[in-house]
Ligand binder design. Structure first.
Ligand SMILES: [Ca+2]
Ligand SMILES: [Ca+2]
Length: 375
């Protein structure tokens, strides 16, 4: 694709400013590390309920109470990294028992869903300009039909250092990219049955859940599970920095987005279960792919519920992201193979990411949960 069109597209589809970590502070306002693609119509109601309801591959998570959010001790190993203002204050939360997938949903699992239902993902549907323009400044020109084709966002490693505010340097709006063709036409998922499915929108994840008889985790359930019963720990494995000791998760080691030291073995996604599980037996809660949660994202949600003990909170009633106030967003957790301390440190338990429900990309996936029926 012509690069000028790419730049145009990325500007069009993702009006936001990414914030890199500067030397003067490690606490930032809320952070975004992926563009928000074109608004598209939702088609998540087109799938009938499934009857799977299987707990195969799931882990029982015993309910309890925990402190949710960041305590700001990100410098446990003397390292400096990102922490968002939306992660404060830390607040008390009670969680009922539930079942959770031990791994991110894989290609073979998602294929079973598509084969059974004929479901067509967001990335496989041409964007609807009439819907897109509702989220753009008035007067924005309609892009050519060649641009308004089924597509998704693909990460491209750069040749050298780039401004970390300019995400168009490493994201490409790629016609034909979707879960079957993660890097666009010519790529495929052969031999990758056990890799996490990618290019999944929140709408896609919801449809899968309906079919499977499951649901997305709330943000609180996800963070409770990621912490694995540990108190005041930054990561799902504890407090040791991600780049020290044995490889603990698939992240970006080195200098993002041009130099990857590959100590964890993978430049892009890794097969699920490539690293040790956390204390609850959950794999890849940190890194590999971002995981959709059920909740709307609101930058001030933790402040809203700071003075109460929240019982199974399921998020605010409405979304608000001051960086893109006209776009409603859902929460994502856990970080991806692209996360690095120079950027969002997304592999921390308390890190909050958000994106519009019709967004998918090369590092977007999910896992499901089920309620635990009381005996
Ligand atoms: Ca890696
Ligand atoms: Ca993950």
């Amino acid at each position: 694709m012509n690069n000028s069109i790419v730049v145009f597209l990325v500007i069009l589809i993702s009006i936001f400013s990414c914030k890199s970590v500067s030397d003067d502070s490690h606490i930032r306002s809320n952070h975004q590390c992926m563009p928000t693609p074109l608004e598209r119509f939702s088609h998540s109601d087109s799938v009938v309920n499934g009857t799977q309801n299987s707990k195969e591959g799931m882990v029982f998570i015993q309910g309890g109470s925990f402190e949710m959010g960041s305590d700001g001790n990100i410098k446990a190993d003397g390292e400096k990294g990102y922490v968002g203002s939306d992660e404060f204050p830390k607040h008390q939360v009670e969680i009922n028992s539930f079942w959770m997938d031990a791994t991110e949903v894989t290609n073979i699992q998602f294929k079973a869903f598509v084969d059974a239902t004929g479901y067509v993902t967001t990335a496989e549907i041409a964007p609807d300009w009439e819907e897109i323009k509702k989220s753009l400044p008035p007067g924005t020109s309609r892009p050519p039909d060649s641009v308004l084709a089924p597509a998704s966002l693909v990460f491209i490693q750069t040749d050298g250092p780039v401004l970390l505010q300019d995400y168009s340097q490493w994201w490409r709006w790629t016609i034909g990219a979707n879960w079957r063709h993660p890097f666009g036409p010519g790529s495929n998922i052969e031999g990758k049955d056990n890799y996490p499915v990618v290019h999944i929108s929140w709408d896609d994840a919801q449809s899968y859940c309906k079919w499977a008889g499951k649901r997305l985790p709330t943000e609180a359930e996800w963070e409770y599970a990621s912490r694995g019963g540990q108190i005041n720990q930054i990561y799902s494995w504890g407090n040791e920095h991600i780049n020290k000791g044995i490889s603990k998760a698939n992240s970006w080691e080195g200098d993002f987005p041009y130099n990857n030291e590959l100590n964890d073995g993978y430049l892009y996604t890794a097969p699920v279960k490539s690293y040790l599980p956390n204390a609850y037996g959950l794999y890849d809660m940190a890194g590999n792919v971002w995981e959709w949660c059920q909740d709307w994202y609101h930058i001030d949600y933790y402040k809203m519920i700071a003075n109460e003990i929240s019982n199974n909170p399921n998020g605010p009633n409405e979304s608000y992201d001051p960086d893109e106030p006209y776009i409603k967003k859902r929460v994502m957790k856990g970080g991806s193979f692209m996360c690095n301390d120079s950027y969002c440190s997304g592999y921390r338990n308390s890190m909050r990411m958000k994106s519009s429900p019709d967004t998918g990309s090369l590092h977007t996936g999910f896992r499901t949960v089920m309620d635990a029926v009381s005996p």
